[in-house]
Design a protein around this ligand. Structure first.
Ligand SMILES: [Zn+2]
Length: 407
């Protein structure tokens, strides 16, 4: 057993502990407390970590690791559909999507995520190419096999085939696979329904969807028109039989029975307060990725509303095609700037406990509590830091971070 002492311990499940200690045995947390209270002399090896904060490994609840090869390849846009066109163009310029370049970029992205303090990722994949590399990494993960199919003559067949692909994977203790729908504007209603039915067969599987990301999405769901309709026609994916549902994207998905507590709804930039009420009623987790939203032209998410309305909020960096790095600490620093009235503690809770819960890893991750894995971060900080939570949301760089087992 090792007993670590640190200037600050952030269990997340309770307020930060100043001059705290933490006992770890065989990779799991055994006990923790404040140093003022006498700890048992139990023969534990004692390690004084000094001026650091110890906190749970972070959760990047939304990324697309297989797009890492597009880092810096897609220029920022002022309109979302313009950005999507940029992605299509960048992908066309790389004719070898199963190739070494993609896998090498996945490997360095995995290393970057770990170096930035990430313990778990919610990874969106259209090819499942990331599953193997994730099982060999130190990360825990849900790999969401994402379907994009607006015009699908055989919706049940599309989803059945995806289920077979997932079942052919060998899950590990830390890496699992599930299904995701890309978005309400890119997946047909019948495919959405089939995905939902497939997910329902596994009582623990989470599901994911991009939702209310852009103004173009809102317009398309409401009226069936606008720039998104134009793009679907242009790429040959338009379905002339499709009838616009009207209302908001959240309303559409909720009325279809898609939203519940196992769904991670990603982005929410264009959500109204009525939409947020629906998410709360369904227990859906909203994953916010504000840096990506700025890059893609989606706009700034109403983060203060997310918290004020009581939505469960998790944090994602999104892919390296729309984000400068995979640093969740940088993402919450951007949230801090956009949402000054939201407490630093709430942002840290989102980046740890909420993400772990949404991805189904809360038994082992997300907080520092007896019995949970000691997959913990040690973050260097200036001596006598008074407000440790505020410091941790101010932008932490990888060179300040170690994993406790590497100390
Ligand atoms: Zn995404």
């Amino acid at each position: 057993m090792i007993r670590y002492h640190a200037a600050w311990i952030l269990p997340i499940s309770e307020p930060p502990i100043r001059d705290g200690w933490l006992a770890v045995d065989r990779g799991r947390v055994v006990a923790l407390g404040a140093a003022g209270r006498r700890v048992l002399s139990d023969g534990a090896q004692v390690v004084d970590l000094g001026d650091v904060a110890v906190l749970p490994g972070l959760v990047n609840a939304h990324t697309h690791l297989e797009l890492s090869y597009l880092r810096d390849e897609v220029p920022p846009a002022s309109q979302f559909v313009t950005w999507v066109r940029g992605v299509i163009q960048a992908r066309r310029q790389r004719p070898d999507p199963g190739g070494r370049e993609i896998l090498d970029a996945v490997d360095s992205a995995l290393n970057e995520a770990v170096a930035c303090g990430t313990a778990i990722v919610g990874d969106i994949s259209n090819t499942l190419v990331t599953f193997g590399p994730l099982t060999r990494s130190r990360l825990a993960a849900v790999v969401f096999y994402e379907l994009i199919r607006f015009n699908a003559p055989d919706p049940a067949g599309v989803v059945a085939q995806a289920c077979r692909a997932i079942e052919a994977l060998v899950p590990t203790e830390r890496v699992r696979a599930s299904l995701a729908a890309h978005a309400p504007y890119s997946v047909s209603p019948l495919v959405l329904r089939a995905i939902r039915q497939a997910v329902d067969r596994d009582p623990f599987a989470p599901c994911s969807i991009h939702l209310s990301e852009s103004a173009e999405e809102v317009e398309f769901i409401r009226s069936g028109g606008g720039p998104w309709r134009g793009l679907l026609e242009e790429i040959g994916s338009w379905d002339p039989d499709w009838v616009p549902p009207g209302g908001s994207p959240v309303q559409f998905l909720d009325d279809s029975g898609f939203l519940d507590a196992r769904v991670l709804a990603v982005h929410g930039v264009q959500m109204t307060t009525a939409d947020l009420d629906r998410l709360v009623a369904r227990g859906t987790t909203l994953v916010t990725c504000p840096r990506s939203n700025g890059h893609t032209g989606a706009g700034a998410p109403p983060i203060e509303d997310f918290y004020n309305y009581g939505v469960k909020v998790a944090v994602g960096t999104d892919s390296l095609a729309s984000s400068p790095d995979l640093n969740v600490f940088a993402e919450i620093a951007t949230m801090r700037a956009l949402a000054p009235t939201v407490s630093a503690g709430a942002l840290l809770d989102s980046a740890t406990r909420q993400g772990a819960h949404a991805l189904g890893f809360n038994a082992d991750y997300g907080t520092i509590e007896p019995g949970k894995l000691a997959r913990l971060l040690v973050v260097n900080m200036p001596a006598n830091t008074e407000d440790v939570e505020e410091y941790l949301v101010s932008g932490i760089e990888p060179n300040q971070i170690r994993w406790i087992e590497d100390v």
